[in-house]
Design a protein around this ligand. Structure first.
Ligand SMILES: Cc1cc2nc3c(=O)[nH]c(=O)nc-3n(C[C@H](O)[C@H](O)[C@H](O)COP(=O)(O)O)c2cc1C
Length: 378
């Protein structure tokens, strides 16, 4: 553990411990993966201003996201199939986030259900909603998130149709895994993962199976999911979802200024500048390059968050400088989870915290909330 110093170290360990099908599911983007790569690479083009001889004592990374106090403005992003990176993955990640003091967002396409996560946490978590064709199911999901006392609904807007990730097709991705010869051989070399999965009852999409009409078991799930993403979704739908939910609402998947201005008009509490981690429109801009224009356009009318490509505390600070009030990490916490379970998620957060703290000091700032465009060299 003492040799794990970076998110890349956690990724290397996860690659060795998680079956290829699920590691690849996390470590992939749509088509040529150009946007997936740009999300990470474009952070490298942004430079800080180094300052000296300023008082660096009493530093703080504390901030707020949608009015909730956070130990640092880094939430865990909603990720599907997290319970296949490690047994009971969503429950473990939610606990790690709670102990650390940052928000955890549960995906609609999770393995552990809303109720599973609520049963092992004491503070409210956030729930991410996909609007599917089966509106009764969607209404029921919203009500279940309310009953579990989730404190924000994250509505994902950029997946009305599924982008294609070639690795998933080639690997025959499914939960539980398809028992092809290649997959059996690969899983056999990951006994730690296998023992975990064998020891839990949570191995399928538990928000869906047993809740959606006509989905009683895993065999009916595949066809149901493929048919369910709704290409008709429009801005009008945001209104009824907001009404039914009645709490804090975050709109995820905005990458364009015009859409950001529309989003601000809905009365939602925040937007997430995001391209779904490069998993949807290959060839779209990286999130960090889209951020500044969007933040400038919406001004104070709506809180701006961002995700995509954050692999260090420095990346978080760059996003804050360019106008984000909060950020999210997807793969960094998944790699931690796959590598070391709950401890690995904590490790990912600790790595990012340390990098943020030292960078903040060397930029001559004591409060993370003071980071702005002035701290960047341009
Ligand atoms: C394996 C994986 C599964 C994901 N599943 C979802 C999901 O179910 N819902 C959603 O809104 N976004 C999903 N996303 C996108 C993330 O919420 C987030 O936008 C993205 O991971 C951020 O990029 P990063 O992984 O580079 O931090 C997923 C991302 C990954 C890597």
């Amino acid at each position: 553990m003492s040799q794990i110093l970076t998110i890349a170290d956690l990724k290397d360990l996860a690659r060795r411990r998680v079956p290829k099908m699920f590691f690849d599911y996390a470590d992939s983007g749509a088509w040529t993966e150009s946007t997936y790569r740009a999300n990470e690479e474009d952070f490298g083009k942004i430079k800080f201003r180094q300052r000296v001889l300023v008082d660096m004592s009493n530093r703080s990374l504390e901030s707020t996201m949608i009015g909730e106090k956070v130990a640092m403005p880094v939430a865990l992003a909603p990720t599907g199939l997290t319970g296949m990176q490690h047994a009971d993955g969503e429950m473990l990640a939610a606990q790690a986030a709670e102990e650390f003091g940052v928000p955890f967002t549960l995906s609609t396409m999770s393995i552990c259900s809303i109720e599973d996560v609520a049963s092992v946490t004491t503070k409210p978590f956030w729930f991410q909603l996909y609007v599917l064709r089966d509106k009764d199911f969607v209404l029921n999901l919203i009500d279940r998130a309310k009953a579990a006392k989730c404190s924000a609904l994250v509505l994902t807007l950029d997946l009305q149709i599924l982008g294609q990730r070639h690795k998933d097709v080639r690997n025959g991705l499914s939960a539980p895994p398809k028992m092809t010869l290649a997959n059996i051989a690969n899983i056999a070399m990951r006994p730690r993962w296998l023992m975990g999965i064998a020891g839990t009852k949570r191995r399928t999409f538990r928000n869906i199976v047993g809740h959606a009409k006509g989905v009683g078991d895993v065999s009916s799930l595949g066809s149901w999911t493929n048919e369910q993403f709704d290409p008709h979704l429009s801005w009008k739908d945001v209104a009824w979802i907001k009404e039914r939910w009645g709490g804090k609402l975050i709109l995820k998947g905005i990458l364009d200024k015009e859409d950001a201005l529309m989003a601000a008009k809905t009365g939602a509490d925040a937007i997430i500048v995001s391209n779904h981690g490069g998993r949807q429109l290959d060839g779209a801009s990286s999130s960090i390059m889209a951020l500044e224009e969007i933040a400038d356009a919406v001004g104070d009318t709506i809180e701006v968050h961002m995700d995509g490509g954050i692999r260090s505390g420095q990346d978080v600070l760059k996003a804050l400088c360019l106008g984000a009030k909060g950020t999210y990490i997807g793969r960094p916490f998944l790699y931690g989870l796959g590598a070391l379970g709950k401890e690995g998620v904590t490790k990912a957060l600790e790595i990012i915290r340390k990098e943020m703290d030292i960078t903040l000091a060397l930029c001559g700032k004591r409060l993370v909330t003071d980071m702005g465009k002035d701290q960047l060299r341009r």
